[in-house]
Structures are given as structure tokens and as C-alpha cells.
Ligand binder design. Structure first.
Ligand code: NAD
Length: 297
């Protein structure tokens, strides 16, 4: 029997992930509240739905990739939401990065209706989503993961079962904290080097071959040199992930420090109206503070 797959939320991440599911030959129906977001996937052979309910009525497996808990919780749990509208026996998989409490609530509601639910936040950015090389962190029933593993293989080859619902979004928030701290440290470091008269590309090449290397260095060629700050990964979403990290840290009573500085930068970018830009736009704020703005990076 061929399974029917639904995909809801085709933004920067959902769009390439949905295309990769389609490429594996699955019958795919897609919906996004922004009709432009699904156009290329429909042109590639998916069926466009006019509402989330249309997707949910027919799909055996439904993926969601929405911004965060404020969107995900009502989507699943509100009256007339996904838990109510899903086809009997369906598997619902949320790929969004959310508070750990969110998948716990959704899993309980899904079970009460005889549905299966898996939290599956991803990492690897738009580049990884396009290349189908994402890390997929799952939380919930391991048997549900095994049921949908071939589908998850379509979006990323590094698939982990972390623990019960909430566990995957816990490690996801920790990962994003580490990723953004690396990026902010890299951008501050290179601002100092630029002010001291060094060349950005030369500094990046040296650090890539040295002990300061990290994935953050990929931003130099991708965003800092071309000065391309289109997302990618929006400041508003990284700010949300740092909120999640701080919520978890407070719950388990771990005093944390670096994440506060990284969030200070996200907050500055939000205050400057840059929330919909890529997180690399923080470099422009560091340049302004360093009185580097206007100098060619
Ligand atoms: P995005 O803002 O580009 O996309 C979100 C999409 O959801 C939009 O197209 C929006 O129209 C749609 N949407 C919102 N509410 C909806 C609803 N109720 N019904 C239907 N559609 C709805 O965000 P993104 O960058 O694609 O991120 C999606 C999730 O993946 C977020 O949780 C984010 O934190 C996470 N994530 C993003 C990246 C990245 O690099 N962009 C990497 C890993 C994880």
C-alpha cells in the first residue's frame, strides 16, 4: 500500500524538506498559510491543499514545520485542530523547534485519540534541508520512529532517538545555543581583526585550519563577505530557541552565561527591526558598535 503524506508549513526549512519527500516518490499533499510558499512544490508534482484540514483528512503521515510553540500548540490542540481532524491511525510528526512542554502535551492528546505523534526537530540549516543531510532528533515512542524512519531518511541521514517526548527539543535548544554562541564569538573576533587592519577572508582561512574552527566559519563566505543577510535562519527564530534554552536551564537550576550574551545580540537585532533577517545580520550591529560600518569587510 502506498502511503499518503501531508506537509504543512513550507517555509525556509519546510519547503526543501517537502521537495525531498516528493523526490522519494511519496504521494504528497501540501499546505501553508502563505499560498506562495507551496508553489514550487506543487509545480514539482505535489497536490496543493486549500486548508490544513484538507491535508489532515487524507494523509497517513503528516509533517509540520511551523515557527514555534505559539503556532504549534494551537495548530494541534485547539478545537478543530490537527488532533481532532487527523485521519484515524495517522502519524503526526512535528519538525519545528519548540518548548519541550509542547510535544509532551501533543503526544498525550494524540494518544487519547488513538493517533501517533513524534517530535522531530532538525538541524543543518537550509543548506542541509536542500541536501537532505539534516540531523533529525526524535522524541516519543521508539516504535513510531521505526514506522516512519524510511520517510525521515528522505530529509536527513542522521536520525536519533533521544528519549521521551520533550527530549529531542531539549538537545535541539542546547545545540542552537552552542551554534549561536560560536557564531557571535566568531563575528566579534573578526570585527576586532578588521579594526586591527586584517583581511576577513584571510582570517577565516586561518581559523578554519586552526583550533577556533566551527560551523560558524561557513557564514563568512555565505553571508559576511557577500553581505547577504536574507534567511537562512531568522533572528526571531534563534531568539525563540534561546528562550527555550533558558526555560530549560531555569527548570533544571543550571546557571548559564554564554547564552545570555548571544540572546543580547538577538534582542538588539529584534530592536533594530531585523527579526526577519538571517542571524548573520548581527555582524552589522557589531560593526556599528566597533565603528566599522562603511568599511569594506
Ligand atoms: P519560516 O518562518 O521560514 O517558515 C514557517 C512557515 O510556516 C511559513 O511559511 C508560514 O507561513 C507557515 N505557517 C505558520 N503558521 C502556520 C499555520 N498555522 N498553518 C500553516 N502554515 C503556517 O521558518 P523556518 O526557518 O522554515 O523554520 C521552521 C522551523 O524549523 C522553526 O521551528 C525553526 O526554528 C526550525 N529550524 C529552522 C532552521 C533554519 O535554518 N531556518 C534550521 C533548523 C530548524
Amino acid at each position: 500500500m502506498t502511503i499518503s503524506v501531508g506537509f504543512i508549513g513550507l517555509g525556509n526549512m519546510g519547503n526543501p524538506m517537502a521537495l525531498n519527500v516528493l523526490k522519494q516518490g511519496y504521494a504528497l499533499t501540501v499546505f501553508d498559510m502563505n499560498p506562495n510558499a507551496i508553489k514550487n512544490v506543487v509545480a514539482a508534482g505535489a497536490k496543493g491543499a486549500s486548508s490544513a484540514a484538507d491535508v489532515l483528512a487524507n494523509a497517513d503521515v503528516v509533517f509540520t514545520s511551523l515557527p514555534g510553540s505559539p503556532e504549534v500548540e494551537p495548530f494541534y490542540l485547539a478545537a478543530g485542530g490537527a488532533i481532532e481532524k487527523a485521519k484515524a491511525g495517522a502519524v503526526l510528526i512535528d519538525l519545528s523547534s519548540v518548548l519541550p512542554a509542547t510535544p509532551r502535551k501533543i503526544e498525550a492528546a494524540a494518544k487519547a485519540r488513538g493517533l501517533k505523534f513524534l517530535e522531530a526537530p532538525v538541524s543543518g540549516g537550509v543548506t542541509g534541508a536542500r541536501a537532505a543531510t539534516l540531523a533529525v532528533m526524535t522524541g516519543g515512542d521508539a516504535a513510531v520512529l521505526e514506522q516512519v524512519r524510511p520517510l525521515l531518511d528522505a530529509i536527513g541521514k542522521n536520525i536519533y532517538h533521544v528519549g521521551p517526548a520533550g527530549a529531542a527539543n531539549t538537545i535541539k535548544a542546547i545545540n542552537n545555543m552552542m551554534s549561536t554562541v560560536n557564531a557571535c564569538a566568531m563575528m566579534e573576533g573578526f570585527a576586532v581583526g578588521l579594526k586591527a587592519g586584517l583581511d576577513l577572508k584571510t582570517m577565516a582561512d586561518i581559523v578554519k585550519a586552526s583550533s577556533g574552527n566551527s560551523n560558524a566559519l561557513a557564514r563568512v563566505d555565505r553571508a559576511l563577505i557577500p553581505r547577504d543577510f536574507e534567511p537562512g535562519f531568522k533572528v526571531a527564530l534563534m531568539n525563540k530557541d534561546l528562550e527555550t534554552f533558558h526555560t530549560i536551564a531555569k527548570e533544571v537550576h543550571v546557571p548559564v552565561s554564554f547564552s545570555n550574551m548571544a540572546q543580547h545580540y538577538q534582542q538588539s537585532a529584534l530592536a533594530a527591526g531585523l527579526g526577519e533577517k538571517d542571524t548573520s545580520v548581527i555582524f552589522t550591529l557589531i560593526e556599528q558598535r566597533a565603528a566599522l560600518a562603511g568599511k569594506k569587510a
